[in-house]
Structures are given as structure tokens and as C-alpha cells.
Design a protein around this ligand. Structure first.
Ligand code: HDE
Length: 713
């Protein structure tokens, strides 16, 4: 490697000269609290503009006013054209064992190395201020700050996409965004133009099923899988390449909200998913995701009944197992949303030696789009110098000038090759990035490969893989989304299109949206399933879940203390909720603080509900419409509900039917029926609380959805 340290260029933030180090020190020494202008001049008054007389006109001369207002007027930058609503967090990644055989990527070699990461989670369609819990794909973009430069894994929480070729992206995004004549509706696919796109681009069938599934309304960013979607390549030091698909697997499992809950949360807490992540990290409950790869030898490229370059297809895990290679821990919240989340620039083309692309036509198009869009959004070509985007290794090249240049490039030489600076910086043929030497041959054509032509088989595979409740939720989602389409011919075409996936699915969509069922039941002929894509088979864990406890004056203190202590040791959280915030007195005269009232909380913000005993408390609760709503919502949303002693009376007063509850004959026996856990004798609540925890770990008790003739999905 050609190195000429003395003559190294200075356009690298990490290698400051003495002078700039002195400047840094000077800035640190002057951290007093005096308000200054942007030029560092101390300000005497920042509340009143400079006027000619106390009641007179403001003077042009007021440079402080002009500077303050100018900066404020220009605080906004364009939002991302997609994925505008997002939230970033920091963490680190560690590989489990050296992957030398598979890839030369440095950050995948040494298990003792912690590679810093910045992750931005996002929704796709909504504008920057839109609600978190909308039905949408979620973005899951990770920037690894490696010793070989930045590597970005720009993933989604669904493994496939709406079409084959990036050329269709502008059309698709135009169709799903608010309609341009009236800018409605916001952050949703439930309108005519999107479904018009779908029926005219039938390769979208598979992804639309994922979008109608529970995956589109995650319970938490911490409980979401990530998928690289496109086919990439691992290349080892010998230059051997293998196809690879990337997966993130959350240690808490992949879990979802139910639709009614997601809708209510948009009002109760539009920031729900971002707040959940922020609070978990602040509480030290660091989200963890394992990185997995599916690997295919190049000679197996054509071994499947789908094209492995087709981004509307996933590689079923049962056919190509996911090899878990490392873990990411997200342990630090951002300091400043704008500086970090908003200015972060991800790009699937930010790769490092050892990771390469495939000819997946959507990936190829993505490689252009990200850089291009960032040029406008971040105001010029120097956005890699913004702190959040800056690699942790020195950047050395001959790029110069442009808007917002941060580094002070020194010397006369800004070209390559040069002799005036010993040809520094020089490419490194040995260790520099080498593109995989894939042989490519073909005539120029705008044709799509025939191997991409099957639009339905994997959609059927996904449908076959769903549990009964998941299928019900998908049908309900179609009823909502397609039901909102005003044009009846489009609604009919949706039914006809999905008849190619599954006849029963199509018939059930038709029933809800007022069009004809298919003339004859169809299907794609696919009979296989991939159990790995059903969330029924995900990790189940109670840890970090949130519980609401409803009390009023006269509650049994023991019932609260015993249960919350045990829940706390199991890593769960509880809020005490009452009609009014403040101190509540127990039956034996002790006090506890209700940290929430009904005014600022509702069942949809919690994973489970508990009603302790205490006759006076229960009598009060039974008079509160809000308390009964808590119970009814928790029930309909299939959440674990616990009640001890007289607390059971509130369940009876609410709308819960056909569930077996503890009665006075069962005294100290814990009775559990479809996630409703009750006990009469409250002297010893250990077994009761453990039963609650085990039920909360199940996430939801879907069988309950049909119990009451109610279905929330
Ligand atoms: Fe993106 N995508 N995308 N995308 N994408 C952007 O880049 C694009 C696709 C994804 O948190 C944009 O800087 C094209 C698949 C994420 O900042 C834009 C195609 C996947 C994010 C863009 C796709 C993604 C983006 C908008 C081919 C999953 C947010 C702002 C059809 C693997 C990153 C920006 C962040 C953002 C283009 C498809 C993931 C316009 C052309 C597939 C997570 O460049």
C-alpha cells in the first residue's frame, strides 16, 4: 500500500492539525452559559428587538434579530420522500465467530470487536409527523461503523417487495402516497390509487398479503424482524462468492398489535412505537437482534422453483436455513433527533470489502436512488461529513468543495494520479474493494426475465403458512383497506386477483367489500407452507411487557405489592391507574401513588391488565365507564387479564362473557381461561402472578377473539 504520511491530505476529520486541536480546546474552555450570536458575540437581550423608541418600529440594524430569525426560518430540510417518519438509536454489533470462510468483511471476523451501529426504524408512507401505529411496512436501517468504512444494511420488516424492478418505484410510491389533488388520505394504503396500482401490477400480490397481515402493525420496534429483501453476495478473501439474504431476529420475538388497538393508539399515543423504544433504552432494557444469513452457493442459483434474484420472493427458511452470525444490542438513545435521525443517510450501496451485490433488478436501481435523494435532502454532496454519517476511519480522497464542506483541504494537489504529493492518497489494489468478478453477458433489453413471471405461488405459500387467527386478521384488513376503495370495479378486480392466490380468501374478501365472489374458486396450486413466517411460531417472552393496574381508595395493598414485586423481578413493568392521579389509600390505610389517570391512559397502551381486590375499590371501579372500557378493550384485544378477590366483580360488571372465572367455591385455586387469570383467596398470590406472567408471555389469546362474537383483528 502506498503510504506517504508526511504528505497526507488534510480532508479527514479525524486527523486534525495542531491549530484545530487548540481551537477545540478553546471551545471546551469556553463552555459558559452566556447566550451568544452565531459569531460568538455575547448577547444582552434576546426577548426584545431593537426599536426606535419603546413603541417605535424595529430597526434594520438589529443584527441579532435578523440572525435569530433567519436561522429559525430555515430550520427545516425536505423530509425523506419515503420513510419520513423515523427514530434512531445507537448500539453495537458483535459477530459470534469468525466468518472467514464466507466473507472478508472485517467486522465479521473477530468476536471480541464491538462495531458501533446506528439504527433508524421508520414507517414508509406517512409524512414526517404521521402516527406510528398505521398499517405499513417498517424500515429497519442499520449503519455499521466498521474499520473498513461504513456498511449500511437498509432493511424492512417484511422479506419481499411490491414489484421486481426499481423502475416501478416512483409509480408505486405515487399510488400509495396521499392522492395529489387533495393530499388525502395520510399514511395508509386504504384508497383507490394504491389498489388500482395493485390490480394492474399483479406481482404485488405476495407483498400485499404481508401488508394486510399483522406484520404491518408491530407491537414494538423491539419486536420486529428485519429483512434485507434483496439478494446480496458474500465474498471471501479468495474471491469466492455466495448469494446471501440478511435477517434480523429480535430476541423478544416478532409480535403485533391488533387493528382496533392500532387505530385507537393513533389517538391515545401517536408516538407509541418511538416512545416504547426510547423508554426501553432509558430503562436499560436494551433491544437485541441477532443477525442471520441465508447462504446459497453460486452453483445452486437455479435450484429453486422461483428466481433467487426476484425481490417478490423470499427464500423459505425450511429450504435455506438462517445461520445466526452475531448480535446487535441497542443501548443508547440519540442526543438530538435532527442531528442524528434526521440527518442520517443510509444507502444499500455503502458496502465494505467482502459484501457485494447481485443482479436483483430492484437492488440495482436502489443503488442510484439513495445517493441521489440525499443530495437534495441534505443540501449538497458533503453529507458524508455530517457527524452521524462520518466513518470512524479517516476519509482520504481528492473530492473537494461543494455546499457545507466541513474539512479544510490543504495543499495544491486534488487529483490522482499525482507526483507532487507522492501519488497520495493512492488506491490499494491489495486491500481495496474488489467487485466480484461475475461473468455478465447479454443483449440490451427492457424485458423482464420469464423466471419472474409467477406472481402467485409464494403468495399462496404465505397464506398457507398463516394460523387461523392470522388469516382472520388478513381478511379483516382487506375489508378495511379495500372497503375504502370507492371504485367498485377496482374492488372487484382485487377479489379476482386474489382468487389466483386462494379461492376462499377471495370469497371472504368479496363478502366484506360488497362485490361478487369469484365465479369459480381459484388458487395457484401451491400446497406448501413455511411455518417460520407465522408469528405463532415466534419467540414468546413476558420480559419488558407493561401492565395496567386499576385501583381506587380501599384497594388491598398486599394484592398490589405482592404482584408488582414478582412482576418486577420477572422484568415486567406496571402503572397504577386510577380516576385521578395522586395518592390512593388502601383498605388498611396505607398510601400508594396512582401515576396515571384514565384521562392520560387507556388499555391499548398496555400488554395486560390486573385488578386487585378490595371491596370499596371495586365498587368504585364498577361505577367508572373508563374502568369498564379498560376491561372490555383488554378482553377484545385478547390480552392477559388478571383479577384477585373482589377485583373479579369488575370483570363480571364489564362485558366479559363465556369465560370461566374463579368463584367463591374455588377459594385459593388459580383459574385460567383463555388468558383471564383469577383467584379468590388473595393471601398468597405467587402462583397467581406466575400464571399471569406465563399468560402475558403468550402475547395474545387469539381464541378469545371469536368467543364473544367479537373479532378485533
Ligand atoms: Fe428504499 N428508499 N427504496 N427500500 N428505503 C429510501 O432513501 C428505494 C426498498 C428503505 O431510515 C430513500 O434516503 C428504491 C427496499 C429504508 O433513512 C429512497 C427502491 C427496502 C429506507 C429509497 C427501494 C428499502 C429507505 C428515501 C426500489 C428494504 C429509510 C430516503 C424499489 C430492503 C432509510 C432515502 C432511513 C429509503 C429508494 C426499495 C428500505 C428514495 C428506488 C426493498 C429502510 O432513496
Amino acid at each position: 500500500m502506498a503510504k506517504n504520511r508526511q504528505n497526507e491530505p488534510a480532508n479527514q476529520p479525524n486527523q486534525q492539525n495542531k491549530k484545530s486541536k487548540q481551537l477545540d480546546q478553546y471551545r471546551k474552555d469556553h463552555k459558559d452559559s452566556t447566550l451568544t450570536t452565531n459569531q460568538g458575540m455575547p448577547v444582552s437581550n434576546t426577548a426584545d428587538s431593537l426599536k426606535a423608541g419603546e413603541r417605535g418600529p424595529t430597526l434594520m440594524e438589529d443584527f441579532h434579530f435578523r440572525e435569530k430569525m433567519m436561522h429559525f426560518d430555515n430550520e427545516r430540510i425536505p423530509e425523506r420522500v419515503v420513510h419520513a417518519r423515523g427514530f434512531g438509536v445507537h448500539g453495537y454489533f458483535q459477530v459470534y465467530e469468525p466468518l472467514t470462510e464466507l466473507t472478508s468483511a472485517k467486522f465479521l471476523q473477530d468476536p471480541s470487536v464491538k462495531t458501533p451501529v446506528f439504527v433508524r426504524f421508520s414507517t414508509v408512507v406517512g409524512q414526517k409527523g404521521s402516527d406510528d401505529t398505521v398499517r405499513d411496512v417498517r424500515g429497519f436501517a442499520t449503519k455499521f461503523y466498521t474499520d473498513d468504512g461504513n456498511y449500511d444494511l437498509v432493511a424492512n420488516n417484511m422479506p419481499v417487495f411490491f414489484f421486481h424492478d426499481a423502475m416501478k418505484f416512483p409509480d408505486f410510491v405515487h399510488s400509495i402516497k396521499p392522492e395529489p389533488h387533495n393530499e388525502m388520505p395520510q399514511a395508509t394504503a386504504a384508497h383507490d390509487t394504491l389498489w388500482d396500482f395493485v390490480v394492474n401490477n399483479t406481482e404485488s400480490a405476495h407483498m400485499m398479503l404481508w401488508l394486510m397481515s399483522d406484520r404491518a402493525i408491530p407491537r414494538s420496534f423491539r419486536m420486529m424482524e428485519g429483512f434485507g429483501v434483496n439478494t446480496f453476495r458474500f465474498v471471501n478473501a479468495e474471491g469466492k462468492g455466495r448469494f446471501v439474504k440478511f435477517h434480523w431476529k429480535p430476541l423478544l420475538g416478532a409480535h403485533s398489535l391488533v387493528w382496533d388497538e392500532a387505530e385507537k393508539l393513533r389517538g391515545a399515543d401517536p408516538d407509541f412505537l418511538r416512545r416504547d423504544l426510547w423508554e426501553a433504552i432509558n430503562q436499560g432494557e436494551y433491544p437485541e437482534f441477532e443477525l442471520g444469513v441465508q447462504i446459497l452457493e453460486e452453483e445452486d442459483e437455479f435450484a429453486f422453483d422461483f428466481d433467487i434474484l426476484d425481490p417478490t420472493k423470499f427464500w423459505p427458511e425450511e429450504q435455506v436455513p438462517v445461520k445466526i452470525i452475531g448480535k446487535m444490542t441497542l443501548d443508547q438513545n440519540q442526543d438530538n433527533f435532527f442531528a442524528e435521525t434526521e440527518q442520517a443517510a443510509f444507502h444499500p450501496g455503502h458496502v465494505v470489502p467482502g459484501i457485494d451485490f447481485s443482479n436483483d433488478p430492484m437492488l440495482q436501481g436502489r443503488l442510484f436512488s439513495y445517493l441521489d435523494t440525499q443530495l437534495l435532502r441534505l443540501g449538497g454532496p458533503n453529507f458524508a461529513e455530517i457527524p452521524i454519517n462520518r466513518p470512524i476511519v479517516p476519509v482520504k480522497n481528492n473530492q473537494r468543495e461543494g455546499f457545507h464542506r466541513m474539512s479544510i483541504d490543504k495543499g495544491a494537489v486534488s487529483y490522482s494520479a499525482n507526483s507532487m504529493r507522492g501519488n497520495s492518497p493512492a488506491p490499494d489494489p491489495e486491500n481495496g474493494y474488489k467487485h466480484h468478478a461475475e461473468k455478465v453477458e447479454g443483449r440490451k433489453t427492457r424485458k423482464r426475465s420469464d423466471s419472474f413471471n409467477d406472481h402467485y405461488r409464494q403468495a399462496t405459500l404465505f397464506w398457507n403458512s398463516m394460523s387461523q387467527p392470522e388469516k382472520q386478521h388478513i381478511i379483516k384488513a382487506f375489508h378495511f383497506e379495500v372497503g375504502k376503495v370507492k371504485d367498485k370495479t377496482i374492488r372487484q378486480r382485487v377479489v379476482d386477483m386474489f382468487n389466483h392466490v386462494d379461492g376462499q380468501l377471495a370469497a371472504q374478501i368479496a363478502t366484506g367489500v360488497g362485490v361478487n365472489p369469484p365465479e369459480s374458486p381459484g388458487g395457484s396450486g401451491e400446497t406448501a407452507a413455511s411455518p417460520a413466517v407465522s408469528q405463532e411460531n415466534t419467540v414468546k417472552a413476558a420480559t419488558t411487557r407493561k401492565l395496567a393496574i386499576l385501583i381506587e381508595n380501599g384497594f388491598n395493598m398486599d394484592d398490589v405489592v405482592q404482584v408488582t414485586t414478582q412482576l418486577g423481578s420477572a422484568g415486567l413493568h406496571a402503572d397504577i391507574i386510577s380516576k385521578n392521579q395522586g395518592m390512593i389509600t388502601s383498605a388498611d390505610g396505607q398510601q400508594i401513588e396512582a401515576n396515571k389517570s384514565y384521562a392520560i391512559s387507556s388499555s391499548v397502551m398496555y400488554d395486560a391488565l390486573y385488578i386487585p381486590g378490595g371491596k370499596q375499590s371495586t365498587d368504585q371501579l364498577m361505577k367508572h365507564f373508563d374502568a369498564k372500557s379498560f376491561v372490555n378493550d383488554a378482553f377484545v384485544h385478547a390480552k392477559t387479564i388478571g383479577a384477585a378477590g373482589s377485583g373479579i366483580d369488575l370483570l363480571m360488571a364489564a362485558d366479559i362473557r363465556q369465560i370461566m372465572l374463579a368463584d367463591t367455591n374455588t377459594t385459593n385455586q388459580v383459574v385460567t381461561d383463555l388468558g383471564v387469570v383469577t383467584i379468590h383467596d388473595t393471601n398468597e398470590l405467587t402462583a397467581f402472578t406466575q400464571e399471569m406472567i406465563d399468560n402475558i408471555a403468550q402475547h395474545r389469546h387469539w381464541a378469545r377473539e371469536n368467543k364473544d362474537g367479537k373479532m378485533s383483528g
